[in-house]
Design a protein. Structure first.
Length: 269
């Protein structure tokens, strides 16, 4: 009986290790390390904007060091994984790996990362938004597939909610750092006043991103991706991404706000 129990316990302890290995495969086929590096670079760019807008460009190496640590790529990757692991298990996990492990899946992920990097250039972003606007004026069949993906993931609403929560955390950190004197209700009112503008910008940016990223795909390939996005595995993957990103960017926004408050206090001294 002891021998049988011993074997059984070995099997049980091996299961999480196997699951962890499969989630590592998922991270690999989704090119999460590459994505984390891109998000790190976006964070540095945003930090430079904050430096100009809030610190009159005087943040210097200290501010850059703070922003660099806040947007740590390893932390970003681990946060994404923390969201994906509980959202994708068993058959759903295998379906996601199977799709993104194909040539088409690899191409899609590569195109998405390339488009995200390209949109860091304001001129590219402006052109991509203009292209998307023109497509909206017609009955473009490719846009139909893109809209299927946006609807399947509830991407506009979820991104807007994420942005509002992040803005709330940034303001709350400034209040905690004695930059502003505001109640929670006042912070919330201030944040919500921007909801409509954020929703409009989010819709435009998502359309521009998808239009740019998937332009090399054939209609058949784009349709196949839309089909996956609407599948149970596709929806679970989307849920996992938001489960990882939402708390991550709330934490990042609060950390940026506290760092900003410290720098503004130092300037006053």
């Amino acid at each position: 009986m002891r021998k049988l129990l011993g074997v059984f316990m070995v099997i049980l302890t091996a299961l999480p290790l196997w699951a962890g290995a499969r989630h590592t495969v998922l991270m690999d086929v989704l090119q999460i390390r590459e994505l984390s590096g891109i998000l790190h670079d976006e964070g540095l760019q945003f930090g430079a904007t904050l430096n100009e807008d809030w610190l009159e460009g005087q943040g210097g190496p200290a501010w850059l060091g703070q922003v660099t640590r806040i947007y740590d790529p390893e932390r970003i990757a681990e946060s994404i994984r923390a969201g994906l692991e509980p959202a994708l298990e068993g058959e759903l996990l295998e379906e996601a790996i199977a799709f993104f492990g194909t040539d088409l899946g690899t191409q899609i992920t590569t195109l998405e990362n390339a488009a995200r990097r390209a949109l860091a250039d304001p001129e590219v972003e402006e052109q991509a938004r203009a292209t998307f606007t023109k497509l909206q004026d017609g009955n473009d069949v490719r846009l139909v597939q893109i809209n299927r993906m946006i609807k399947a993931g509830d991407l506009i609403n979820r991104n807007v909610t994420s942005a509002l929560n992040s803005n709330y955390q940034f303001l709350r950190a400034l209040v905690d750092g004695d930059v502003y004197t505001m109640s929670d209700e006042e912070i919330l009112d201030d944040v919500l006043s921007e909801r409509e503008a954020i929703a409009e910008d989010t819709s435009s940016w998502l359309g521009a991103f998808f239009t740019l990223a998937y332009s090399p795909l054939s209609l058949e390939e784009l349709t196949a991706y839309a089909d996956f996005a609407e599948s149970e595995a596709g929806r679970a993957l989307n849920n996992g991404f938001f489960a990882g990103f939402d708390p991550l960017y709330e934490d990042i926004s609060y950390a940026l706000g506290r760092a900003m408050a410290m720098n503004m206090a130092a300037e006053e001294l």
